[in-house]
Design a protein around this ligand. Structure first.
Ligand SMILES: NC(=O)c1ccc[n+]([C@@H]2O[C@H](COP(=O)([O-])OP(=O)(O)OC[C@H]3O[C@@H](n4cnc5c(N)ncnc54)[C@H](O)[C@@H]3O)[C@@H](O)[C@H]2O)c1
Length: 446
């Protein structure tokens, strides 16, 4: 099938590439000329395991192409995906300007039936707004063409995006059009061979499903973080509590890892957007407000420990930071807890010596060259003459480090662990002051 995808970010590029990989003829369009030029030359703008190989294959097979030409983009696909950004506006609501711009682009150029599929995360009622924008453009052109607007939210996880798209838990489609339902069933058939994952519903329910999913996951994280904070005050160990509650299948082990807060391009903005969506219908989303509040406080946790240990004046101190991206296997720095930490350290006069397996380029882009930020090539180099080690992201190769080397490289044997990677007893034996999240009486200066 002929498919156009607007937006070549995490969602658009993965969607376009995976659809091309199963044999659809895909044209990806972006307004960012540099991104499109790079993609044409095989340079992938994001780090996503497995993505570069299938992009290259699909391009070679002629099934995946990139353009900035809007005429070509609209002419290409009967199916037109919208996968552009929906960032937080000033009041926390989702900014729909990019989504509406694509709707107008399509309305200004279409010459036959199109299914417009919204993959961006958008507030309830957006499909109606997209419909209205397209209809208005068609009216200006005095054309009475048929089209359908469908909601097809994306549930992929950065770091496992290709696998998630290829083997989805579910494919949610919101539509009241039989024709659109038929076309989407055909489009996704290659991903449904094992069993049917399609869940059809009305458009508004599909739009809310995406927010509900992210809100639930963010709630689980803030919940365990609140329990961790309590555990710390009560002399309990949250890791034992986590095991104790996770064993209950009604609760489960997923998404109850305590830590230094959630980040990324989705949870923070989607929780805020849901609060605003609720306000717009005169409902106070108290639970979501609390989830957001707990998370913001959690992001200061590591810095609070640092102040507790070293005092408030950190001038002349250098901190080794392991992990910058908001989660492992991704280079996304949007709302990453590491940013809150580094900015607080800089404000207190400290320097940062940081290492991340893939997010250092992105970090450099955000902060530019500055005296108090040194990005180094290995996790060991980050430790050299640093006053302490701070862990922000649970990359696999941080899990079993050489503790002797850490101790001999650091000026003080202190670790602030925002991801609970090590056992407090083991750290105590090794002579470290070890601060972790919610590990009860073990969290103290030894
Ligand atoms: N990143 C994720 O893990 C994830 C997962 C599920 C859903 N989502 C949602 O998907 C949407 C996209 O997220 P993302 O992370 O891929 O965004 P992104 O910021 O990485 O990419 C968006 C792209 O859209 C392009 N763009 C903007 N206006 C355009 C236009 N008029 N025509 C063509 N391209 C245009 C931008 O240049 C950019 O390359 C958001 O609504 C997000 O909430 C994201």
């Amino acid at each position: 099938m002929k498919v156009t995808v607007f937006g070549t970010g995490y969602v658009g590029l993965v969607t376009g590439t995976c659809l091309a990989d199963v044999g659809h003829d895909v044209l990806c369009v972006d307004i960012d000329q540099r991104k499109v030029d790079n993609l044409k030359n095989g340079i992938i703008p994001i780090f996503e395991p497995g993505l570069d190989t299938i992009v290259k294959q699909a391009v070679q097979n002629g099934m995946l192409n990139f353009t900035t030409d809007m005429d070509q983009a609209v002419a290409h696909g009967e199916l037109q995906f919208i996968a552009v950004g929906t960032p937080s506006g000033e009041d926390g609501s989702a900014d729909l300007q990019y989504v509406v711009a694509v709707a107008k682009t399509i309305g200004q150029r279409m010459n036959g039936y199109k299914v417009i599929i919204n993959k961006s995360t958008v507030p309830i009622g957006t499909a109606e707004k997209v419909s209205a924008a397209v209809a208005q453009e068609l009216q200006t052109r005095e054309l009475g063409l048929m089209f359908d607007v469908v909601s097809n939210p994306e549930f992929l996880k950065e770091g496992a995006a290709v696998t998630d798209f290829m083997k989805p838990d579910r494919i949610v489609v919101g539509t009241d059009s039989e024709q659109a339902e038929k076309l989407l069933t055909e489009l996704y058939a290659p991903f449904n061979r094992n069993h049917n994952r399609m869940i059809f519903m009305d458009v508004r329910s599909a739009e809310l499903t995406k927010y509900a999913a992210n809100a639930m996951l963010a709630t689980k994280i803030s919940f365990i973080n609140e329990m961790a904070n309590l555990a710390e005050l009560l002399g309990a160990d949250i890791e034992k509590v986590r095991n104790g509650i996770g064993a209950d299948p009604r609760i489960g082990y997923h998404f109850i890892y305590p830590g230094c807060g959630y980040g990324g391009s989705c949870f923070p903005k989607d929780v805020k957007a849901l609060i605003k969506i609720a306000k717009n219908v005169d409902y106070s989303a108290d639970l979501m407000e609390a989830v957001d509040k707990v998370n913001q406080a959690q992001k200061s946790k590591l810095f609070n420990y640092i102040e507790k240990h070293f005092g408030t004046d950190l001038k002349g101190k250098t901190f080794a930071v392991w992990g910058l991206s908001f989660k492992p296997n991704a280079d996304d720095m949007r709302e990453a807890p590491s940013r809150v930490l580094m900015e607080a350290l800089w404000a207190a006069g400290a320097k940062v010596q940081a290492y991340d397996p893939v997010a250092m380029e992105e970090t450099q882009e955000i902060y530019g060259l500055r005296e108090d930020l040194k990005l180094v090539g290995t996790k060991e180099a980050a430790l050299e003459k640093a006053d302490a080690l701070v862990i922000c992201t649970e990359w696999k190769n941080f899990r079993a480090p050489n503790f002797d080397l850490i101790k001999s490289s650091l000026v003080n044997p202190v670790i602030f662990d925002g991801r609970n990677l090590y056992e407090p007893e083991r750290m105590q034996e090794a002579g470290f002051a070890y601060y972790a999240v919610g590990r009860g009486k073990s969290v103290k200066v030894f």
